[in-house]
Design a protein around this ligand. Structure first.
Ligand SMILES: Nc1nc2c(ncn2[C@@H]2O[C@H](COP(=O)(O)OP(=O)(O)OP(=O)(O)O)[C@@H](O)[C@H]2O)c(=O)[nH]1
Ligand SMILES: [Mg+2]
Ligand SMILES: [Zn+2]
Length: 293
């Protein structure tokens, strides 16, 4: 088994698989469905060629990570996109997704768009202090995009974020050469002119793959994945200097006395928005765990 065939897109159950001999259309084996396996874009797969030049996916190789929504496998990094205004950043959504990517070992990079409409410094400060690389861009003139291209170079990356934040605009801005088939398809179907419907990788030089993905509304984010309560604090990077310094060894950092993390929040060392997201995710996790026990 080798990582030579990779799914780069899927439309209506038909996969496009990149192979050493070019792109091959492929269908997935029915038996996968019984086993609960669904090949997704980014998967490395084994193929069986049939007479009519179509191929069948016979196996999905081990995944280093998997996102259920958007369905993508083997990502090196996510460009988490949020606009400074119209819509304003939804902190809970950003913090939840960041924690999920953290738990899956996917590097998050923040991209704040629409800097022409509002000052990004407040948001930039929170996430760069937390230890994330951040970019602040204006997609109308391309300012702030320096460095993005070299960052994604050679990696498998996805643009993820709420609807209307400017993911496709950013894609067009930094990769004007990428063939944007999805927008042509959606125009033909008479759907919304801009809204992205499909998850698909675009190929750039040097093995670079980048996926534009459909945006989601803030309420939908509940379906993006769950982190067990005891792992949650470890998914907030800037909490790490305080973990293990609380009075109680099993401190959940919610109501406990002499909690080093809460002290850091009170001292202004950890932003309130990040801590509030942690508390909300913790409460959700505990409720879920109590329900399933
Ligand atoms: N002023 C301003 N408008 C922007 C900027 N980036 C994108 N827009 C506008 O925001 C709207 C949404 O942009 P899209 O790129 O379609 O957003 P998207 O994230 O791909 O949205 P979905 O595909 O629905 O998830 C469009 O009208 C863009 O022209 C920016 O930097 N500044
Ligand atoms: Mg889009
Ligand atoms: Zn604590």
């Amino acid at each position: 088994m080798s990582e030579k065939n990779r799914i780069i897109g899927v439309t209506g159950g038909l996969y496009t698989v990149e192979t050493p001999n070019g792109d091959v259309p492929a269908r997935s084996r029915g038996v996968f469905r019984q086993k609960g396996i669904k090949p997704v874009s980014g998967d490395y797969v084994e193929l069986l060629y049939e007479q009519d030049s179509q191929a069948v996916i016979t196996d999905v190789l081990h995944r280093k990570n998997l996102l259920i929504r958007p369905p993508l496998a083997n990502l090196d990094s996510v460009l988490l996109v949020a606009s400074c205004k119209e819509p304003s950043p939804a902190f809970f959504v950003l913090d939840k997704l960041t924690a999920i990517f953290e738990s899956k070992g996917i590097e998050t990079v923040f991209v704040f768009t629409k800097t022409d409409l509002s000052d990004p410094s407040e948001y930039e400060k929170i996430y760069s202090a937390a230890g994330y690389k951040t970019f602040c861009v204006n997609n109308l003139d391309g300012s702030g995009t320096d460095g993005l291209l070299s960052y994604v170079s050679g990696k498998t990356t996805a643009l993820i974020g709420n609807t209307g934040v400017g993911k496709s605009s950013l894609m067009n801005r930094i990769f004007p050469s990428a063939e944007h088939k999805t927008s042509q398809i959606s125009k033909k179907l008479g759907r919304g002119k801009h809204t992205t419907r499909e998850v698909r990788f675009y190929r750039l030089n040097g093995g670079t793959l980048i996926a534009d993905t459909p945006g989601f509304s803030t309420v939908e984010v509940s379906r993006y994945g769950d982190i067990p309560s005891e792992q949650l604090a470890g998914c907030f990077r800037e909490f790490s200097p305080y973990i293990g310094k609380c009075r109680f060894k099993d401190c959940a950092h919610i109501k406990e006395e002499s909690c080093a993390l809460r002290q850091a929040v009170n001292d202004g060392e950890i932003p309130h928005s990040r801590y509030e997201s942690y508390c909300r995710l913790y409460a959700e996790a505990v409720e879920r765990e109590n329900t399933y026990e």
